[in-house]
Design a protein around this ligand. Sequence first.
Ligand code: COA
Ligand code: AMP
Length: 644
Amino acid sequence: MASDTTDPTASSRYAAVHAASLADPEGFWLEAAKAIDWISPPTRAFDGAAGAYGRWFPDATLNACHNAVDRHVEAGRGDQSAILYDSPVAGAKRRVTYAELRDAVATLAAVLADLGVNRGDRVVIYMPMVPEALFAMLACARLGAVHSVVFGGFAANELAIRIEDATPKVVVAASCGIEPSRIVPYKPLLDAAIAASTHKPDACLILQRPQREADLVAGRDHDWAQAVADATAAGRRADCAAMAATDPLYILYTSGTTGKPKGVVRDTGGYCVALTWSMPNLYDVKPGEVYFCASDIGWVVGHSYIVYAPLLHGCTTVLYEGKPVGTPDAGAFWRLIAEYGIACLFTAPTALRAVKKEDPRAELVAGYDLSGFRSLFLAGERADPDSVAWAERALDRPVIDHWWQTETGWAIAGNPVGIGQLPVKHGSACRPMPGYDLHVLDEAGKPVPADTMGTIALKLPLPPGCLPTLWGSDERFAQSYLTTFPGYYDTSDAGVVDADGYVTVLGRTDDIINVAGHRLSTGGMEAVLSAHPDVAECAVIGIRDALKGEQPCGFVVLKSGVSRDTGEIERELVASIRERIGPVAAFKLALTVARLPKTRSGKILRGTMKKIADGEAWTMPATIDDAGVLEEIGESLKGRGIGG
Ligand code: COA
Ligand code: AMP
């Protein structure tokens, strides 16, 4: 008779925990809610009649900053490190204790209040990975203001779009960011963005960095250091505001299919509860331990696991202003783990691939004491089995892929190490997290059998932490996510679930591509290329890239009669994407072609073009208008050493 001890999942509490979360969401999330401090605790977890699909903790009040900062000082963690800032690019390190963090945040909140920021007002934060960026986020949370952090690698135009949509009262920015190869002056980008936006903030608070100080605009710009010094001298500090659990904590813009970014709204109570649940149960981390998420605060992973989750849980968070390689070498992560006693590292597969490429035999690992290190988590794109296996060998620790979206705020699927690790299957993001009722559907919305590809959809309601709506547009929220499959949230990710319930995410069903773990809209890039005066039509696809997962490639057809040098036009197109979207788009490949392959109804055959570029087998679509065009595409790619 088979013993159940042979079942490798038997020692995990996962199945019982996930089942309980779906069978009794009220009980499950009210219990989880006990881990945070409430001003007025929830008497019920969920109101199904509110919002687009219901709202979490509808009758409760709390403050996210109090939960992430003050309560730990009150509980005796004042001298513990809250933030360990490590910047090889600035040549700086700084330790901020919880007590220092509380003082810095309370003072900065008073500065923002003096600039007119009230609860509910928006504050755009355009800053690199410095402690002051976290102070700014938490100061907003303290006041009940809604922050919207914009990634530094975006161009002025993208910042302008976000300022226009969020209508911030104040913008908080740094004078510059630092990339290994160059200083990135942020202030000229900010000035250009404000000039381009019809909405003008009342004030800007500027952190001057010594690497590149900025000119301040009289009457609008305020010097951070001066404002904080004045507030400190006057003994000004702001208290934590009592916020409804359903009040927005932040807006984070992410690529949408139209090229107009979507303002993902995060509410306060559900987010605090879900993230706090995840720290011990998913990541197996205890209060007081050191957690390192090597993302950027401009992305959702950075919001959740550089800032909020580690601090909510009373951990020490490592804030790393550097790269996985080149600052100074591929041992950077291992150096940080040893130096700060990091228990858990969370990074993107692309960063791991960069390290693997530089140090294929992981020789640099041997130079560091990793004895306190327990697990490596990966997200942002599918973790390729090769890289996972490499990291397992190099580190001799669990390497866990987990699947995320900006919209969800925390993992949809993962391997919950804290409640008993499930067997790892390379290439799979493991099992759905609590509250996620995950299904793979066909085009008609019917569930498909195990191991069959379809669209991954989440049965409503979404669990706490996930977006309740898009900023200023309930309609776009419903239309983007809730209409494809009534009763479900459409993830726009294709995937399969196997017979053991393991989820494998295979790629997007829309025009979003994933470049170095960054989510980009090809539609947005096409809009920029089409705006070039010589371009008649264009198509942008993501083609396979060994390091970044995908890289964008733009095909352009020139207007008839254009006789300029195509190389020159292509260089202009590359420059225009950098100028309009930003360096983060990593757009380096523009190809002039005579025609684009289309169906007889005029649809561009992007999927087939991608297969040709990726060197995959492809078949001639029956609906193609002119079969010769695909050969021309193949030839032009071959001319650049791609495909074939
Ligand atoms: N501010 C300004 N510019 C930035 C920037 C920032 N915060 N971040 C990146 N850029 C620029 C880079 O300098 C680069 O510019 P370049 O074209 O002049 O070289 C461009 O944007 C593309 O950057 P990136 O895609 O990051 O490539 P890279 O070659 O600099 O680094 C990796 C490659 C793999 C090391 C890097 O992409 C990486 O660490 N990725 C991890 C991504 C991640 O954590 N994502 C979060 C998802 S969880
Ligand atoms: P973002 O909103 O920027 O976090 O990007 C979300 C998208 O990244 C998802 O819709 C997926 O397409 C992709 N993604 C993130 N994590 C994973 C993962 N672990 N496996 C596969 N795809 C992932």
